[in-house]
Design a protein around this ligand. Structure first.
Ligand SMILES: Cc1cc2nc3c(=O)[nH]c(=O)nc-3n(C[C@H](O)[C@H](O)[C@H](O)COP(=O)(O)O)c2cc1C
Length: 209
């Protein structure tokens, strides 16, 4: 059933297939570890969206202002956090790239989510996941833990996830994914996610009872 596959190579290879669609893709780097492999993968994923003529915005948790980590932030967010929370609010779709830390998502990513505006940050927001790990599970558990959180927050979860196990073997010395099949999987995910964002737009006006 070649022609019925919504992610068929013919459709996905068309760089201009998404030109007419207006949306803001935002990539969230799900750790603040300096020099993280997550940020390297994010740079490459960013290129894939750019090649589809949808250059994404980037939220890098390594750039969070130190004052957000003061306990007083629970009651009053520092002004310096506004660009981060606004970036989430203004995104049409969020691509979360996260590593596995202790069998789950990085604590800083959960804290970041806790600091965002409730409920509007993720309500009916299309969200897509890429997980990576040193070990053999590719952050499967981390992504699934995060899916629980986004499910709670009424996000629209894009079902096609990409997992990158043994990340140190997948990256070359310049920090780029060297396996073309994996890059193609990420490209397919990007194309599918943009279709998903577009499809989800029509549901915005009919909130659940
Ligand atoms: C605090 C911490 C906990 C980690 N826990 C795990 C783990 O549970 N499973 C695993 O496969 N790798 C684990 N790793 C390794 C990361 O998956 C690895 O560092 C990988 O490069 C992705 O993280 P990065 O984006 O920080 O580089 C851990 C790394 C850190 C820093």
């Amino acid at each position: 059933m070649k022609g019925r596959n919504p992610h068929s190579p013919a459709l996905l290879s068309s760089v201009h297939a998404f030109d007419m669609l207006s949306f803001v893709i935002t990539i969230l780097i799900g750790t603040n570890r300096p020099g993280s492999n997550t940020s390297k993968v994010a740079a490459q994923v960013s290129e894939l969206y750019r090649a589809f003529n949808h250059p994404p915005k980037l939220i890098d948790l390594a750039q969070l202002p130190p004052e957000i980590f003061q306990a007083s932030s629970y009651s009053a967010r520092p002004q310096s956090f506004s660009p981060f929370s606004d970036a989430v609010l203004n995104s049409s779709g969020l691509v979360v790239i996260l590593p596995e830390y202790n069998g789950s998502l990085p604590g800083v990513l959960k804290y970041f989510i806790d600091m965002l505006k409730f409920p509007e940050s993720f309500e009916r927001k299309p969200v897509c996941f890429i997980g990576l790990s040193a070990g053999m599970w590719g952050a499967l558990r981390a992504v699934e833990h995060l899916q629980l959180i986004f499910g709670y927050r009424n996000a629209f979860i894009f079902p096609e996830r990409v997992f990158l196990p043994k990340i140190h073997e997948l990256l070359d010395e310049s920090g780029r994914l060297k396996d073309t099949e994996i890059v193609q999987r990420l490209r397919n995910q990007a194309a599918g996610f943009m279709q998903f964002i577009e499809a989800m737009k029509s549901t915005k006006t009919s909130p659940a009872a």
